[in-house]
Ligand binder design. Sequence first.
Ligand code: FES
Length: 107
Amino acid sequence: MSDGFVRVAAAADIGENANRAFRVGDYDVLICHTREGFFAIENLCTHQLTEMEGGKIRGCYIFCPLHGQRFSLKDGAPIGQLTDKPVKTFPLRREGDDILIRPHPND
Ligand code: FES
């Protein structure tokens, strides 16, 4: 914990291609489980500021459940016409079954 990472969830609680939101510090963080591992983004679509929880995951992308904008889970970049603003991403690491994030977004 001294490096700022905090435990957020158990990996076993988030199935592959699923996601789940957690309040961490000042942010609503969405933990996403992909075939390539876990990623953390802010649970806030940059199109109309709605929650992304429940959005479909395909590969390392998530689709906003409201209008379908796609975002990269690796760097938050949007792919599509609805917004050019990326979603915030958070540093994440796994220790055994624990998922930890640093509750400050990447730049
Ligand atoms: S609110 Fe997410 S795509 Fe419109």
